[in-house]
Design a protein around this ligand. Structure first.
Ligand code: SF4
Length: 394
């Protein structure tokens, strides 16, 4: 049966930079080795001796047959002194385990169609997604397979398509596009629950375009602009503390740079306030980001595509929207504190903030459920409240 394969240019142009990588994926996490790769590595004349100490059999499943043994510095035992993989060097890509062969490449299936992407936990992937020209140009190919997949509900397809259009509407500030998406998701909640027909999304989308054109979206957004520093601080510290528990070894020193930059904003009594983070955002981060006006719209474009928004985990459309805004808010805080500590932001710093946050986020089980609970505790469970996370963003 014919299906579609969608591949953004950030995927087709990606290639691992190996020893040049600032946070190699060959460090500090459980690299699983499938049964076939394990056996072939042990049978390889130039690798078998090393494999006896660099691999540990765990036999959890055919896909998780062994695990790479990490050295004291967290490095995979197959790395040489130049940080190059000896399996790749001596036996070629074909002998790499499935994990090593595919990371950071990922794909989502929707109704039999394949959507390819990259994980932002790879710094080079982040560089392509956030900075490279034409990263979001899509290649559409035809593929054949006979596997069956659940059809994507019409409401989800519409909610996704309209969200992308609202986000990218020309001449519209990002926060107004996000306000429109938040309103659209309230309708999507009702359509997903069967309370409204999917045509309600078409009607709401048209209304939102009109509201954007006549300036009422701006009025909506400005009306949400309340002072919520205490609640913002509660959300930020709760998430940051949680990310600090059972940290993954990979990228720990980069994560510590963020922690130290947060602590550097503390006052004489060692208190860190949202006012100081917001001040760092305005005085240090915003001027440094003037040269990257597309940064957040690129990130959100990637986010909607990569997460298959709004069908994220088991969340309702409005919950998925709130988690997206929280992710954006956390990244804004990271950029603010790093900009304050370094008196500016290089491309390298920006990549670090996005990559470190997403590496830690992806290693936390049930992240979206936890965040949804935190947002409810911090009183960010309504659209008017969650949009205030953006209120000090400009
Ligand atoms: S994190 Fe990305 S660029 Fe770095 S070593 Fe892994 S795949 Fe290569």
């Amino acid at each position: 049966m014919k299906h579609l394969l969608v591949r953004p240019q950030f995927v087709s142009h990606f290639s691992c930079i190996g020893g040049e990588c600032e946070d190699s994926c060959c460090y500090g996490w459980n690299i699983h080795i499938d049964k076939q790769s394990y056996k072939k590595t042990l049978a390889h004349s130039e690798l078998k001796e090393l494999a006896k100490t660099a691999l540990k059999k765990v036999k959890k499943s055919d896909g998780v047959w062994a695990q790479a043994v990490l050295g004291d510095n967290g490095a995979c035992g197959f790395l040489d002194a130049n940080n190059l993989c000896q399996i790749h060097a001596k036996a070629g890509e074909s002998l790499l385990s499935d994990t090593c062969k595919t990371y950071p490449r990922m794909a989502h299936m929707r109704g039999g169609d394949r959507y390819e992407s990259l994980s932002l936990s790879c710094p080079e992937a982040a560089r392509h997604i956030l900075f490279k020209d034409d990263a979001f140009r899509l290649e559409r190919l035809t593929i054949n397979h006979h596997r069956s997949f659940k059809a994507t509900p019409l409401w989800a397809q519409k909610a996704y398509d309209y969200s992308i259009q609202l986000l990218l509407k020309p001449e519209q500030p990002l926060e107004h596009g996000l306000t429109a998406i938040g309103i659209l998701m309230k309708t999507a909640d009702k359509v997903a629950a069967g309370e409204l027909d999917s045509s309600a999304l078409d009607n709401m989308f048209q209304q939102l375009l009109t509201l954007s054109d006549n300036g009422q979206l701006k009025q909506h957004f400005d009306g949400f602009n309340q002072d919520t520093d205490i609640h913002q601080m509660h959300a930020f510290t709760s998430i940051q503390l949680w990310l600090n528990t059972n940290k993954v070894r990979r990228g720990r020193s980069r994560f510590e740079q963020i922690n130290q930059a947060i602590c550097a904003l503390a006052d004489d009594k060692q208190n860190i306030s949202m006012a100081s983070i917001n001040q760092a955002w305005k005085e240090s981060a915003l001027p440094a980001l003037l040269g990257h006006p597309q940064l957040f719209s690129r990130y959100l474009c990637y986010y909607l595509y990569h997460m298959q928004f709004p069908q994220v985990d088991a969340l309702s459309p409005s919950e998925a929207f709130r988690v997206m805004l929280l992710d954006l808010f956390m990244l804004r805080c990271y950029l603010a504190v790093i900009a304050a500590s370094k008196q500016g932001l290089s491309e390298h710093d920006i990549i670090m903030c996005f990559q470190v946050y997403h590496t830690n986020r992806q290693h936390k089980a049930n992240y979206s459920q936890y965040v949804t609970e935190i947002l409810a505790q911090a009183k960010f469970d309504e659209l008017a409240a969650i949009l205030t996370l953006l209120s000090k963003a400009n």
